[in-house]
Design a protein around this ligand. Structure first.
Ligand SMILES: [Ca+2]
Length: 60
């Protein structure tokens, strides 16, 4: 994956590739307030399933 604009986290990782930007141990997808459940994520915090035509994740 290529990031056009991204900050660098304290960990040295690119923020756009991190699934826990603030490093609190809770996946950002769960903290986003879009009713994402743990069961919607893989073990690394990535949303399972595909994306719609606008690149928005599609999950049930
Ligand atoms: Ca987090």
């Amino acid at each position: 994956m290529m990031c056009l604009f991204s900050s660098i986290l304290k960990s040295g990782d690119l923020a756009c590739l991190s699934t826990d930007n603030d490093g609190d141990g809770c996946f950002d997808a769960l903290e986003g307030g879009d009713n994402v459940q743990l069961s919607d994520l893989d073990s690394e915090g990535r949303i399972l399933g595909g994306v719609d035509g606008d690149g928005v994740p599609v999950f049930s």
